[in-house]
Design a protein around this ligand. Structure first.
Ligand code: NAP
Length: 353
């Protein structure tokens, strides 16, 4: 059996990093070579993630110099970054510099927003701080693997969780010309979407047994969705998005509505979606409305659609931490290292979470 490819995880003790570690524990093609923690170097991984203790009993978080030493060993370490935006770009830049100085060439999938933009100015306009590594922006492509056959750059920026669900639902509508460019989107997300650190507004007692919207028509990831949808469909779409907080930990449910160009019944749209995603191993198009619980903790996206002849609603569910972050990133990494796209990602959802 050939040796597995070394992989490092950045953003060590965060929720997405935890999901990356869980998926890597059973991956046939990659093996964890190091996990970088800013706040916990030397501490046991299992102390931050007790649910991963059986896979990582003796593994400890590492410091940046330790990770740099690992990167200097292998010709091309796979890097998965789940650091916060603003932190990821300068950190990835420093790690790539260190590897390149040693004549090594890692490949990166960054799950933060830092490399989703083509220009530092566009990034700064949304995130209100200077970009941490503008010279590296051209090395990244932001796309879902379902919407891009051949990767034109060395590295990938994952589009993010809400964006994954919105893009999976809307790109077929736009690319097939089923609707015009104006789409209305509502989405509901679980609390892990807000990360590990509890803050006012995302704290469990507030979210539990309640549903409320936030950042209505002003969500900061929409410029990224517009750019990804443009690249995938050729259409400059207008997304009016109202996100909401759901009283559950994992999962996203998105509804995308638009005016049909020609009258189509639900069965015709469902058939068109099925055809569009015929070669996408993680996208399942259902006849019935998709349910969050059926994809939670899996890399699958479930889609369906309904029409009244004039308006179409496409429904999409994903797990924010898996397909919307760690699983989607590994799906890209599989392709980047010429492994089967589905390697290590095919387990179905547990169903009762
Ligand atoms: N949560 C989701 O559903 C989701 C989905 C898609 C994309 N994302 C993106 O993925 C990234 C990680 O999200 P997350 O939910 O895992 O966040 P999180 O739980 O807050 O974890 C982020 C981790 O980054 C590390 N970090 C390194 N330097 C830091 C600094 N200066 N300040 C704060 N943290 C620092 C921390 O771990 P150490 O101290 O151990 O290094 C922290 O735990 C973010 O960019 C987020 O936007 C999240």
């Amino acid at each position: 059996m050939s040796a597995r490819i070394p992989a490092i995880v950045i953003g060590g003790s965060g929720y997405v990093a935890g999901e990356l570690l869980r998926l890597l524990a059973a991956h046939p093609g990659f093996e964890l070579a190091g996990v970088l923690s800013d706040s916990k170097p030397g501490e046991r991984v299992a102390s931050a993630f007790p649910h991963l203790a059986s896979a990582y009993a003796d593994t400890r978080f590492q410091s940046q110099p330790q990770i740099e030493a690992i990167l200097a060993e292998s010709p091309s370490t796979a890097m998965l970054s789940a650091a916060p935006h603003g932190v990821a770009a300068p950190l990835i830049d420093r790690l790539l510099d260190a590897a390149e100085r040693a004549g090594k060439h890692p490949r990166v999938v960054d799950i933060s927003a830092d490399f989703r933009y083509r220009s530092a100015e566009a990034y700064q306009a949304v995130y209100r701080h200077e970009h941490g590594a503008p010279r590296r922006l051209a090395e990244f492509t932001c796309a879902l693997p379902e919407h891009l056959e051949s990767l034109p750059t060395r590295h990938v920026a994952h589009p993010g969780c809400f964006a994954s669900a919105i893009l999976l639902a809307s790109v077929p509508l736009l690319k097939l010309g089923l609707t015009g460019p104006t789409l209305y989107v509502s989405g509901i997300t679980g609390s892990t979407g807000s990360g590990r650190k509890p803050v006012e507004g995302t704290h469990h007692p507030l979210r539990h047994s309640d549903v409320y919207s936030y950042s209505a028509l002003a969500h900061r990831h929409i410029p990224e969705v517009i750019a990804c949808a443009r690249a995938a469909s050729g259409v400059e779409a207008d997304f009016s998005f109202v996100p909401s907080s759901g009283p559950f930990a994992r999962g996203i449910h998105v509804t995308v509505q638009g005016a049909l160009r020609t009258s189509l019944d639900s069965a015709r749209v469902i058939a068109a979606l099925r055809d569009f995603y015929a070669r996408a191993p993680f996208v399942k198009v259902l006849d019935e409305p998709p349910r969050v619980k059926n994809v939670v903790a899996s890399n699958y996206a479930h889609l369906s659609a309904a029409t009244n002849g004039r308006t179409v609603a496409v429904l999409c569910v994903v797990d924010n931490l898996t397909k919307g972050a760690a699983g989607g990133a590994l799906q890209w990494l599989n392709r980047m290292y010429s492994l089967p796209e589905t390697a290590g990602l095919e387990l179905p959802a547990p169903g009762w979470t």
